[in-house]
Ligand binder design. Structure first.
Ligand SMILES: [Cu+2]
Length: 69
């Protein structure tokens, strides 16, 4: 059973950001799909274990796209 989450990521500024976020997250084991949107700065992520909300947030922070709190 997979989980859907939506994050606001203020650092999304261009298509390159979208591409980086999508390609980095999809490599995280358990991440099923990633859709990042440039205009809304929102990423929608579908995942299942071993991925977790914590691991996804940590990865986004490590690549300099921290989630808005
Ligand atoms: Cu960019």
């Amino acid at each position: 059973m997979s989980t859907m989450i939506t994050y606001k990521i203020p650092n999304i500024n261009c298509g390159h950001c979208v591409h980086t976020i999508q390609s980095e997250l999809i490599d995280l084991p358990g991440v099923r799909s990633v859709k990042a949107d440039q205009s809304s700065k929102i990423a929608t992520i579908e995942y299942e274990p071993p991925a977790s909300e914590e691991k996804i947030k940590q990865l986004l922070e490590a690549i300099n796209y921290p989630v808005a709190v």
